[in-house]
Design a binder for this molecule. Sequence first.
Ligand code: 15L
Length: 267
Amino acid sequence: MKTILITGAAGDIGTHLRRELAGVYRLRLSDIRPIHNSSAGESFEQGDIADMDAALRITRGVDAIVHLGGVSAEAAWEPILHANIVGCYNIFEAAHRNGVKRVLFATSNHAVGFYRRDEIIDHRVYPRPDSRYGLSKVFGEQLGSLYADKYGLQVFCMRIGNLNVGPVDKRRLSIWISPRDLAQLVRIGVDHPDVRFEIVYGVSNNRRSWYDNSNAARLGYRPQDDSEPYAAEILARHTDDANADVEQYQGGTFVALETGGNPNTVS
Ligand code: 15L
């Protein structure tokens, strides 16, 4: 059985993945926060990934890393720099130094949030981050590209939409991913023999998707869930945001943050 490190394991995605992957892999959990309920098949190492010594310690001896750790929403530059730039760098560098073969990186729809909702985008589009947070995810993707090309690290970047037991609003009807679908994608990322450097979208089989997820399909991803059964109820209570950009761009409210409602996009 492979040993997988999950960074940021105390967060929502980590908590779902622990349940979904129990018995599939031995799980080493890490987080800056404590985890008190680790069970059989799990071990826990607390640490701040912005500290290289901690990053080296937690990544030692694992078969693959699922890197979720970091700030998971828009924030000031300092915390993004600390956790998502320095911390992310440390995880890739520590993986390389410790001889870990594979890193799965939890990137985000916000790496491409300035694409419009009437566009279907695939894994080859150039990034259009909608926030400092989205920019940090682009950094992580490109760090993965560097370590793949330079050192042969196997890197699987999952541009996650929104993980939840069900979609919570109109935008999430297009980007929702169920816990079991994310677990399937993670298992592909850990076990598929042909991963070198990949970008895939971490979304369910949503009829309203904005993504051409053919790269994930090529690697065998067959999502089980679709947000459509939730659509009627969600749309019945949806009212368009007064800011038209929020409704036009894939990143939603992230595109309009700190712009006074006037992002200078060229379409
Ligand atoms: C993300 O990347 C965030 O981590 C999550 O908290 C949500 O904001 C999600 O995107 C989303 O776009 O719904």
